[in-house]
Design a protein around this ligand. Structure first.
Ligand code: NDP
Length: 456
């Protein structure tokens, strides 16, 4: 049974608990989202954009309060929380600014008729299932484009982020969105399955684990509902060469340790050209050891706790498994004593395919380092993963780096930056990292009826 509650991961205290929906609540939410769609779909794109502009402004105005709420619930250092609030605000603003133009009829130049256009029509109520690692940003990627399109939303957030979930709903209402256009639901997984199956729901978007994605996609498939899935990753940071090793090491540290390493597109595998390996690894180890672990609400903290004790225990099991089978621990590898869910920043080498750390996603502050003899070997190792979310290539030789980036089997490839997320750039992966794209015009095109109207 899912329990929605705020547990401060920095000290283990339970702050507040919330009731889960009952059967009548599920029916009410479905009926409201469906009824809401009948009116929201008829509003003009201009009106919807005005509301999203207000949402964006409210995220900025209420930034401190919003940032503190996620730091408390999932342990992100306050400065990172503020960054997430700003990014979320920018996503709503992007759709407010660009949505009306993106929704204009597209004239198709196909002969034989007076007029041929493609219209983008909303499809109905959607279920969103979101995780705790970026509580506002993940929702913004889904709610921004879909509210702009004219769809309505039933949002099930992770059980450890109930207060942030309620704050988002409150902001939508404060901005003037009808109450039945965005409905927060404290639902169980069975209730989510029931909602996906209900004819009043037209699709589901999930960000989270493969386990969650397969379960939700199975229900959706059985009921012929469209899905967007943004799942895990085991993304590479490929270091081919550097003319500023300190800066590259700093980038690698950030790419792995931001958000305590709990990002789908974090640099979980670091591949280093052999001629730079010793220097890079020595510096990266020192950089990991210099990180300030502590209370997320303390301004000096650069690494907070993991989101829960379970998350910390899972990561330690993966590290212990690797070490027991012969991996080398360069630094870290242990939980930090105390009530919080803290894990030391960890670097592993000599990881082989029989170890969990080779193939599984490490969702915390732990990276695996591999020495590579050539760009080709780096590409093969990168593409051997079952995941295909993103990857980055680092080199002073941009042509060489671009060539490697183009051969990565991923949804997003970067040269000399890692994991950049901007409202206008597509976000999503291939293989077991998911299906569909979020953000930019692509995120607005997922749950729309691309309707042909041809007049002869
Ligand atoms: P989950 O994938 O279980 O949780 C993400 C969301 O999915 C939550 O709201 C969760 O709710 C929901 N969910 C899970 N199973 C179902 C289901 N069958 N039906 C409906 N909703 C469901 O992630 P965890 O928190 O358990 O984290 C485990 C691992 O998942 C991490 O270690 C990481 O590898 C990966 N992960 C990846 C993320 C990403 O950004 N790609 C984000 C979060 C996790 P509930 O908890 O109520 O089941």
């Amino acid at each position: 049974m899912t329990t929605y509650k705020t547990v401060n991961p920095a000290d283990g205290t339970t702050v507040k608990e919330f009731e889960t929906l009952d059967a009548a609540g599920v029916e009410r939410a479905l009926a409201d989202a469906h009824a809401g769609f009948q009116t929201w779909r008829k509003t003009s794109p201009k009106h919807r954009a005005e509301i999203l502009h207000k949402v964006a402004d409210l995220y900025t105005e209420r930034s401190d309060e919003l940032a503190r709420a996620i730091s408390l619930e999932m342990g992100k250092p306050l400065t990172e929380s503020q960054g997430e609030v700003e990014l979320s605000s920018n996503i709503y603003r992007y759709y407010a600014d660009n949505g009306p133009a993106l929704l204009e009829d597209e004239k198709l130049d196909v002969p034989g008729a007076e007029d041929t256009v493609l219209q983008r029509k909303p499809v109905g109520a959607l279920v969103g299932v979101m995780p705790w690692n970026f509580p506002y940003y993940q929702v913004a990627r889904f709610a921004g484009p879909n509210l702009m399109v004219g769809n309505t939303i039933l949002l099930k957030h992770a059980p450890n982020c109930p207060q942030s979930a309620l704050l988002m709903e409150e902001i939508f209402q404060q901005a003037g969105l009808p109450q039945d256009a965005y409905i927060n639901i404290f639902a169980t997984n069975d209730q989510i399955a029931e909602m996906i199956a209900d004819p009043r729901v037209q699709g589901v978007s999930l960000t989270g684990s493969e386990r969650a994605g397969t379960s939700v996609a199975e229900t959706a498939g059985r009921n012929l509902k469209k899905v967007v899935l943004e799942l895990g990753g085991s993304d590479v940071f490929i270091m081919l060469d550097s003319d500023d090793m300190d800066a590259t090491v700093e980038s690698a540290t950030r790419a792995r340790l931001s958000n305590a390493g709990q990002a789908c597109n974090a640099a979980k595998r670091i591949l280093v050209a052999e001629e730079f390996y010793d220097d890079f690894v020595t510096k990266l180890t020192a950089s990991f050891e210099a990180v300030q672990t502590g209370d997320p609400l303390d301004a000096n903290t650069t690494l907070g706790p993991l989101s829960s004790q379970t998350a910390a225990d899972t990561l330690i099991e993966q590290i212990d498994d690797a070490v027991a089978k012969g991996a080398t621990l360069l630094t870290g590898g242990k939980k930090i004593d105390g009530p919080g869910a803290f894990v030391q920043p960890t670097l592993l080498t000599d990881v082989t395919p029989d170890m969990r750390a080779y193939s599984e996603e490490l969702f915390g502050p732990a990276a695996v380092i591999y020495k590579v003899e050539s760009p080709q070997q780096a590409i093969e190792l990168a593409n051997s993963s079952a995941y295909g979310l993103s990857g980055s290539v680092w080199s002073a030789d941009l042509d060489k780096a671009r060539d490697v980036a183009e051969q990565l089997e991923v949804g997003m490839a970067f040269v000399n930056e890692h994991g950049t997320t901007l409202p206008g750039l597509p976000f999503g992966g291939v293989k077991r990292s998911g299906v569909g794209r979020e953000l930019g015009p692509w995120g607005m095109d997922e749950f729309v009826n691309k309707k042909l109207v041809r007049v002869s």
